[in-house]
Design a protein. Structure first.
Length: 283
């Protein structure tokens, strides 16, 4: 069976074992991805110093309900919120709380919603007031690293190429790539193969880790969601079982898009319709 035969149907496993989606899948992800991005757009005017992450989470929940979608995180492995809001040294999976955001904070807001069974998963950074020069440089570098990786996506490019693009850009800026969390296949399931790691290689006390040069194929859907730290890459999960923080308490930033591999490139399903792709958000 060749790929065009597979794609003329709906979904089928690729030669790598990953699901290859057809037009129906692309249409489903376009809708879910757009609504997820619109949910983050809706939060932009609310994201000011003084608001709590719990209030932002409630606004996201209302948005998801009002649009007849489902919040994928609510109830996922016991998680109890619509969003993850990861402030300053929190890498990911920050739990919304009543503590107000303060002037100079940076936060990643990550939302996943389900529309007609398809999962739109996206996150971006928000500035609360005016962050430090370092925080802004970290945010910019993380955004650029994600886009450098997205731009190499096409059939035949590899998962290693994605990791390499991100690692090279982050490390050239003097920052480090988080190893303990990665992107993932996405579609009618929230998290599925492949793991999309954001590095090509690294060494630690266990030895040297190499990302396999697994080729991308048309119709694959996955996220690219690099987490970049100003300090060391090491993460630890707090006793709440979710909140991942930098061990050295350095700042961490993240952006996330859902991507589909097309015949000769990529489609990004989660771009901001309002143009609020990166902070500072104007307008
Ligand atoms: N949205 C996250 C991701 O990018 C997953 C969050 S799982 C949750 O994969 F349960 F913490 F919400
Ligand atoms: Co994700
Ligand atoms: Co996400």
């Amino acid at each position: 069976m060749n790929n065009s035969e597979l794609l003329s149907n709906d979904t089928a496993p690729s030669p790598n074992g990953f699901i290859q989606h057809g037009e129906e899948g692309f249409a489903g992800m376009r809708k879910a991805g757009r609504l997820a991005a619109e949910c983050l757009d809706m939060l932009v005017p609310l994201a000011k110093p003084g608001i709590s992450s719990a209030a932002l989470d409630r606004a996201a929940f209302e948005f998801v309900m009002d649009h007849g979608a489902k919040p994928a995180c609510l109830g996922y492995r016991g998680y109890r919120h619509t969003t993850c809001i990861s402030i300053n040294h929190v890498i990911c999976h920050g739990i919304p709380s009543d503590k107000p955001l303060k002037e100079g904070d940076i936060a990643n807001i990550d939302v996943t919603l389900i529309v007609d069974g398809w999962h739109g998963d996206t996150s971006r950074m928000f500035y609360f007031g005016e962050p430090s020069v370092l925080a802004k440089r970290l945010t910019d570098t993380t955004f650029e690293a994600m886009w450098k990786a997205i731009e190499i996506v096409k059939p035949g490019a590899t998962l290693r190429d994605i990791g390499e693009a991100i690692q090279t850009h982050a490390e050239a800026a003097g920052f480090s790539v988080v190893r303990d969390f990665c992107g993932h296949g996405v579609g009618q399931v929230f998290h599925c193969p492949p793991n999309v790691v954001h590095y090509a290689s690294y060494k630690d006390r266990f030895g040297s880790h190499q990302t396999p040069a697994t080729p991308l194929v048309e119709g694959m859907f996955f996220t690219i969601e690099p987490m970049i730290n100003t300090g060391k890459p090491d993460a630890k999960v707090k006793r709440d079982g979710w909140t991942a923080v930098t061990r050295d308490r350095s700042l961490s930033a993240q952006f996330e898009h859902c991507i589909g591999v097309t015949k000769d490139g990529f489609e990004v399903f989660t771009k901001s319709p309002a143009g609020f792709d990166r902070p500072p958000f104007k307008g």
